[in-house]
Design a protein around this ligand. Structure first.
Ligand code: GDP
Ligand code: IMO
Ligand code: MG
Length: 431
């Protein structure tokens, strides 16, 4: 199983960083293919905490090649700061282990201003991360975006800025009532970032396909989660990219025939940060308990995550859309101590019982979860290394999730650290 995609199956923050860090051991390359620094992926290795926003979560291994694909929207200052931060912690980051696509679109200062400006003026806030993600993807699709390779071509960069800035400044000043941006200073600042990043720029599709031909294993690291997907998520309360497995191919420049497996990362309960419908959300002491015990604060914005019971309807939806071949079930330790656990198996909508995730936001907002109950476990499972030592009720909970999602759980995670993981079967193979 040489080439594997890892994606989030819920609303993000399922523990993708941890799972990618774990699986990267058996890969040679780790690739980000969509999203930007709206992502916050946490890794805990030998007691040290790392949060990566742009750099793939394989960077902690000295011998992995990390690639940022064309599908990513890249804030150059954030990337430079992340490289500097990692170096300060004795993690080597050089063009020998990090390359960025020349075709990736650049998040510009006006994208960030528009993102936060809209959140300020809008009646119904989306609750974005205000990192400029949506406005940057908008310009990409409008064919007015600036790509990484254009940062180091002053002529093209200047011309593009001169074409786009009058429109951006009109919108910023007249509609969002914020300050206009200055073309000359952007040109200077971003050209300098371009020069710093010049050695890292590459044709990622070429690098990737050569590596695959040479027989190297590749791990594709998804950001966000299926319900935040621009096409398949809870639109408009979504992010601006495709977060599903299919996105890995066009976001990195590789064909679907090269993909061997798709691992869906799934939290043992559900969380969401930002606005939008959430059928199993808990507004009671159990919700507070999951939030507190699970330390459910956004890794990017620090916002409190909304918490609720496991929702099999939405994870089944994710499994179908991405043809998920196995699940990595995380944060199982957080459920310990609850007498009874609930799993949502379908929604009640008026007199109907829905087993598929509805497209209409109004319908979803009116859905009531139909729960089945399972007995909880009181033990602390965070130190368990062997599946046979797991309490019977924990195993029954895992089995029930496998049944409902019709997908095997190959990995369970019982704590934030790399070693707090039980691997039933490594998706790359156990050898
Ligand atoms: P990502 O965006 O999918 O990579 O997930 P985040 O890093 O944003 O959020 C997951 C959080 O849960 C991080 O703080 C992780 O350190 C933590 N985490 C991951 N797996 C486990 C687990 O099995 N148990 C516990 N207690 N924490 C975990
Ligand atoms: P990782 O990769 C959780 C959410 C935001 C907001 C919506 C749109 O760490 O799982 P955006 O800034 O993307 O335009 O915001 O998407 N969001 C995430 N929620 N985890 C993430 O990434 C997220 N990235 C964006 O909170 O609701
Ligand atoms: Mg996160």
């Amino acid at each position: 199983m040489p080439n594997i995609i890892v994606i989030g199956t819920q609303w993000g923050d399922e523990g993708k960083g941890k799972v990618v860090d774990l699986l990267a051991d058996k890969a040679r390359l780790v690739v980000r293919f969509q999203g930007g620094n709206n992502a916050g992926h946490t890794m805990v290795v030998q007691g040290e905490l790392f949060i990566s926003h742009l750099i793939p979560s394989g960077i902690l291994y000295p011998d992995k090649m990390c690639l940022i694909g064309n599908g990513v929207v890249l804030d150059p200052k954030v990337l430079i700061d992340e490289i500097t931060h990692l170096r300060g912690r004795n993690i080597s980051v050089t063009p020998d282990n990090l390359l960025i696509s020349k075709n990736a679109h650049v998040i510009m200062p006006y994208h960030k201003q528009i993102d936060s400006g809209r959140e300020r003026v809008k009646g119904k806030k989306l609750g974005t991360t205000c990192r400029g993600i949506g406005p940057c993807y908008e310009d990409k699709v409008a064919r007015t975006g600036i790509r990484v390779c254009e940062l180091i071509d002053p002529e093209v960069f200047e011309e593009k800025l001169s074409l786009i800035l009058p429109e951006k400044n009109f919108y910023l000043k007249e509609f969002l009532k914020c300050e206009a941006v200055d073309g000359a200073s952007i040109l200077k600042e971003y050209s300098a970032y371009g020069e710093i990043l010049r050695p890292y720029m590459a044709d990622i599709s070429v690098v990737l396909n050569q590596a695959i031909k040479a027989g190297h294993h590749v791990l594709f690291e998804g950001a966000q989660g299926t319900l935040l997907d621009i096409d398949h998520g809870t639109y408009p309360y979504v992010t601006s990219s495709n977060t599903v497995a299919g996105s890995a191919c066009c976001g990195a420049g590789i064909g679907p025939t090269q993909i061997d497996a798709v691992v869906g990362v799934v939290k043992a309960y559900t969380t969401r940060v930002g606005s939008g419908p959430f059928p199993t959300e808990l507004h009671d002491e159990i919700g507070d308990r999951l939030q507190e015990k699970g330390a459910e604060f956004g890794a990017t914005t620090g916002r409190r995550r909304r918490c609720g019971w496991f929702d099999a309807v939405l994870v089944r939806n994710a499994a179908r859309i991405s043809s998920i071949t196995s699940l990595a079930l995380t944060k199982l330790d957080i459920l310990g101590g609850l007498k009874t656990l609930k799993i949502c198996t379908a929604y009640r909508y008026g007199g109907d019982r829905l087993t598929e995730f509805p497209s209409e936001l109004k319908v979803l907002e009116a859905c009531e979860p139909i729960y089945e109950e399972l007995p909880g476990w009181s033990d602390d499972i965070s130190g368990i290394q062997d599946e046979n030592d797991l309490p019977e009720n924990t195993r029954a909970y895992v089995r029930r999730i496998e049944e409902l999602i019709e997908t095997p759980v190959q990995i369970i995670s019982v704590g934030p650290a790399r070693k707090q993981t039980i691997v039933f079967q490594n998706p790359f193979g156990n050898s």
